[in-house]
Design a binder for this molecule. Structure first.
Ligand SMILES: NC(=O)c1ccc[n+]([C@@H]2O[C@H](COP(=O)([O-])OP(=O)(O)OC[C@H]3O[C@@H](n4cnc5c(N)ncnc54)[C@H](O)[C@@H]3O)[C@@H](O)[C@H]2O)c1
Length: 400
């Protein structure tokens, strides 16, 4: 196959110059690649170019790069507007094209077909989709074997993790080439099966879902749950402040899409409380109110700093997170190492979930889940068969 593997001279084509496309372009030019960045909107193209230029200026000010390196990075960037439906010949010289347009399967299939019409057979086609199946995007292509998922996180220049996602038809050499190229961009890559939410967006669901459930049951208020997860669980942010930062509309949409894509598995069932917040326009920081009030003069509610209650909250949410990671390992989503790397690098978890399971004790985690399942009688709390087996056999996820 292909010319992408590691060569810094490979031209990178990027389709979609929004938040993600522009971020990917910035990273690629700073790593020596000529980049052709394309969007349908001239205003977005202009905005992306000036955004990248300003970001590189800041890098120079902070002493992280030189003025010369900044200038040559910008010289490597070509940003052009191509009207919707027009041919994509502007990308013909690319060895890898990364698609980062709107999250819509029909729109993505359409641009992949139009890319195939102008690109040589050796060009690798990648999608930055967060929630669509790579296999489904590739299925409309003449050569689905050259299509792969390269899932960056926002903001791209700052977030170290990238999930590499082969579809069912993807050639192994395409996956390897994509991974080694992105590894060369000082990113941490993990390999994930093409399943809903890939690694991070799937494994993180219980962080929000179980916290919302605890809140709905009246076990504790949002301030207490956030306090417990931060102070006792050592997470960087509590679930409610994080949902307010992400936006309740976005967070709800991710949960709903994972729930639907897993054929309504109750483990991923969205929360009515969150849905009502979205309906009420309580989206979080961006709307001024979410689970907290961000308007001027608002007083932040005080948590109940009861360490016994806090520990119970953390134990319950962490057991659910570990169960999700164990089930993902059981179903071959990724290796234990990659599952753990994804959560520490992608969402700054204090520890990898499987390493955390070893630390708590696999059988303790299993017992906590069994107790929850018994108490609620809900399938949501069913322990992963892997966790049950490991608990019975006294096994750990890691040897050391
Ligand atoms: N924002 C995130 O946090 C995030 C994280 C990871 C992955 N993603 C994924 O990355 C993709 C882009 O997300 P974003 O947040 O940058 O969106 P965005 O809305 O900021 O940008 C999308 C851009 O695509 C352009 N566009 C739409 N149709 C096009 C077409 N046919 N040809 C060329 N350009 C077209 C739009 O004009 C827009 O500028 C989506 O698939 C999204 O799911 C987003």
């Amino acid at each position: 196959m292909t010319s992408v593997g590691g060569a810094s001279a490979t031209t990178i084509g990027i389709l979609g110059a929004g938040a993600m496309g522009a971020g990917i372009a910035q990273v690629a030019v700073t790593h020596g690649h000529p980049v052709i960045l394309v969007d349908t909107s001239p205003a977005v193209v202009a905005n992306a170019r000036s955004g990248i230029s300003k970001a590189l200026d800041r890098e120079v000010e902070k002493g992280r790069t030189t003025a010369e390196a900044r200038t040559s990075s910008l010289e490597r960037l070509t940003a052009v507007a191509v009207p919707a439906g027009a041919d994509l010949l502007a990308l013909a010289s690319a060895g890898l094209v990364i698609e980062a347009i709107i999250e819509d399967l029909r729109a993505k299939r359409d641009v992949f077909l139009r890319l195939e019409a102008v690109l040589p057979e050796s060009t690798v086609l990648a999608s930055n989709t967060s929630s669509l199946s790579i296999t489904a995007i590739a299925s409309g292509c003449r050569r689905p074997e050259r299509v792969v998922g390269i899932h960056f996180f926002n903001p791209v220049p700052l977030m170290p993790l990238v999930e590499i996602v082969p579809g069912l038809a993807t050639e192994a050499s395409v996956t390897t080439a994509a991974r080694s190229l992105v590894d060369g961009w000082q990113k941490t890559t993990v390999l994930a099966k093409d399943t809903p939410g890939f690694i991070v967006n799937r494994l993180a669901r219980p962080f929000y879902g179980e916290s919302l459930r605890i809140y709905e049951e009246g076990v504790a208020d949002q301030a207490t749950i956030d306090w417990a997860m931060r102070e006792i669980g050592r997470f960087r942010m509590g679930p409610f402040e994080l949902m307010d930062l992400i936006g309740n509309d976005i967070n709800f949409a991710v949960t709903q899409s994972v729930f639907e894509a897993f054929f309504y598995d109750p483990r991923y069932r969205p929360s009515l409380t969150q849905k009502r917040h979205v309906e009420a326009g309580l989206l979080g920081r961006k709307s001024g109110q979410g689970y907290y009030d961000y308007r001027a003069g608002a007083v932040r509610p005080e948590p109940t700093k009861n360490s016994e209650l806090g520990q119970r909250i953390v134990d319950r949410v962490v057991a659910m997170l570990i169960n999700e990671a164990a089930e993902a390992l059981f179903m071959g989503l990724a290796t234990a190492e990659d599952l753990d790397l994804a959560m520490t690098q992608g969402v700054n978890y204090p520890k990898g979930l499987l390493r955390w399971a070893d630390e708590i004790g696999v059988s303790t985690v299993h017992r906590r889940l069994q107790a929850l399942q018994e108490e609620y009688g809900e399938d949501r709390y069913r322990p992963s068969p892997l966790l049950r087996r490991m608990s019975q056999e006294g096994r750990r996820f890691y040897h050391a």
